[in-house]
Design a protein around this ligand. Structure first.
Ligand code: ZN
Ligand code: ZN
Length: 355
């Protein structure tokens, strides 16, 4: 089997195409022919910034992966030939935490592109634990290529886990701060669960796009700031007949400014979900949680058990992915990384093996 992957040897040095032999998968492992792999903010953090992968370099990045199983270990035989999404966080499935349903904090979890070679490759070898099977016919019926389903891992499922654990339901007011690759799906997911959604960003084009995909009110944080954001949402809630309490707030920008805005929107019984990541620190009055009887939650990826539910929202048309995706050949990975880093991409880039 001919295979190659694009390997990172050092921070910021050009990724290199390297041939490798996938070899025979272990008992519970599968070899997947990669259909596509999404470029995530986290990959850029590993490549351009000070964020470290757990596996030492050289390493192939990429943790949003879809593809087809081409060979299996002995106990993973049922996966042969299936189209799948690889979970971005793969719990071990056998430890005490996993048995109690806490796979996202499993201490033996593995992530492609962080603990092992990832998806910017023609093939990957991963444990079969938590793989999500895709019905290719239903995917084709909504004009989705298998490569596009890669973005379900992480970009869609991470906000899905957040929306589930925040218990978003009909009648809620949900506020999403930062509506890029992840936050845009948070908007759609909250809407799909019956919430009325406010989207906040500094990018007017991203806000405008979401008006057709679940955002009822959009706020440009370059124009409206601080207490004025809160006042605008209060007025909106009144006009819409929604509650002034129990807002469900999702911080997806991964910036200190976004986190400050999110915390500033806390109200009685509110739930603040931290979805985005930043190394930056924030000074805040944590006692507001107590005074408001509010909750602050985080989630590390998403339980594989939720992937089929998230996929179903896409297949049934409740969440749209195509307008938010751009496809590029994997051979252009170095150029795409730098364009993504410069914020020059409109949609989430999916790299597709092309040779
Ligand atoms: Zn990611
Ligand atoms: Zn485990």
């Amino acid at each position: 089997m001919k295979a190659y992957r694009w390997v990172m040897e050092g921070r910021g040095t050009p990724l290199k195409r390297t041939a490798f032999v996938p070899g025979k998968p272990d008992n519970n492992e599968v070899v997947i022919a990669v259909a596509g792999c999404g470029v995530c903010h986290t990959d850029l953090g590993f490549y351009f910034d000070d964020v470290r992968t757990r596996h030492p370099l050289p390493l192939t990045l990429g943790h949003e992966i879809s593809g087809q199983v081409v060979s299996t270990g002995q106990s993973a035989g049922s996966w042969q030939d299936k189209a799948v999404i690889v979970p971005a966080v793969i719990p071990c499935g056998v430890c005490d935490l996993c048995h109690r349903g806490h796979g996202t904090i499993c201490r033996n979890q593995k992530s492609p592109g962080i603990d092992m070679h990832g998806g910017f490759a023609s093939h990957i070898i991963v444990p079969s634990t938590g793989l999500c099977e895709i019905d290719i016919k239903r995917l084709a019926a909504i004009d989705m290529h298998l490569a596009y389903a890669s973005v379900i891992a992480d970009a869609l499922t991470t906000p899905y886990q957040a929306v589930v654990q925040a218990e978003v339901e009909t009648g809620d007011l949900a506020i999403v701060i930062g509506v890029g690759g992840v936050g845009g799906y948070a908007v759609q997911l909250a809407r799909a669960r019956g919430a009325t959604v406010v989207a906040i960003d500094v990018d007017q084009a991203k806000l405008d796009r979401l008006k057709d995909f679940g955002a009822t009110l959009t706020i440009n944080a370059l124009e409206v700031q601080g207490k004025d954001i809160r006042d605008a949402i209060r007025q909106f809630a009144t006009a819409q007949g929604l509650r002034q309490t129990e807002w469900k707030i999702f911080e997806c920008s991964g910036t200190a400014a976004g986190q400050a805005s999110a915390f500033g929107l806390l109200t009685f019984g509110a739930c603040l979900s931290v979805v985005g990541f930043t190394m930056d620190k924030l000074e805040l009055r944590l006692s507001n949680l107590m005074a408001f009887h509010a909750r602050a939650l985080g989630n590390w990826g998403c339980l594989p058990g939720y992937y089929p539910d998230a996929l179903e929202l896409v297949l049934s048309g409740q969440v749209s992915m195509l307008p938010f995706i751009e496809r590029h050949p994997l051979s252009e990975i170095n150029e795409i990384f730098s364009r993504a880093h410069q914020g020059k991409l409109v949609g989430r880039a999916i790299l597709v093996p092309d040779e």
